[in-house]
Design a protein around this ligand. Structure first.
Ligand code: ITT
Length: 206
């Protein structure tokens, strides 16, 4: 079976593949051909104008399914900071501007949290995964709670990882070994549910 990951974010592609490898039985993972938007140059850029993660993920999965004819899986995700009333949330990727780098987004977030003590820096990462194949649409969600620290730590991961320490840990997502982030992250929780769903489909086919 082929599936297409409807994302242009290469970090997400890498993480989703690693998480699927953790949660799918070996015989299913090895029979799965995991493609991504990068394999289909004809797919246009997708403008993310949704007000919710679901709207954006559903739009990405539907467009990629339309162009490829293959089961498509989109991820829309973001960080929600309580002190900022849930911002940046759905606009996490473009918080500091349309073409903002991760570094610019992180600096904006730190500036808005200047002077805020650690106990008030609570936040969560949320990931919404949408699977589309023909008339079938399925939604899977994962959330990981934690805090935004005072300065970036670590070189791993992407996005806001250097600023986020998940509850129960001392390391940021960017300091952790990849396979630890990929067991406890918002994306891991959502993809674990997707892996259960896809395993069932594939087992029925065999
Ligand atoms: P696609 O839309 O092509 O999938 P994108 O990076 O634009 O790629 P989103 O619109 O879903 O994806 O934006 C998600 C942003 O939220 C992402 O760019 C990061 O800034 C942040 N984010 C999501 N998951 C993250 C993670 O695991 N670690 C750090 N930051 C994350």
């Amino acid at each position: 079976m082929k599936i297409v990951l409807a994302t242009r974010n290469r970090h997400k592609v890498e993480e989703i593949k690693q998480i699927l490898k953790i949660y799918l039985p070996d015989e299913i993972y090895s029979g799965l051909e995991i493609l991504s938007t990068a394999d289909f140059p004809e797919i246009p850029d997708i403008y993310e104008d949704g007000k919710t993660y679901y709207e954006n993920a559903s739009k990405k999965a539907r467009i990629v399914h339309k162009f490829t004819g293959l089961p498509s899986v989109a991820d829309d995700s973001g960080i929600e900071v309580d002190f900022l009333n849930g911002e940046p949330g759905v606009i996490s990727a473009v918080y500091a501007g349309e073409n903002a780098t991760d570094d610019e987004n992180n600096r904006k977030l730190l500036k808005l949290l200047e002077g805020v003590p650690i106990e008030n820096r609570t936040a969560r990462f949320r990931c919404v995964i949408v699977y589309v194949d023909g008339d079938v649409e399925k939604i899977f969600e994962g959330v990981t709670e934690g805090k935004v620290i005072f300065e970036p730590r670590g070189d791993g991961g992407f996005g806001y990882d250097p600023l986020f320490v998940p509850d129960g840990f001392d390391l940021t997502f960017a300091q952790m070994p990849k396979d630890l982030k990929n067991r406890i992250s918002h994306r891991a929780k959502a993809i674990k549910k997707f892996a259960e769903f896809i395993s069932e489909i594939l087992q029925k086919q065999n």
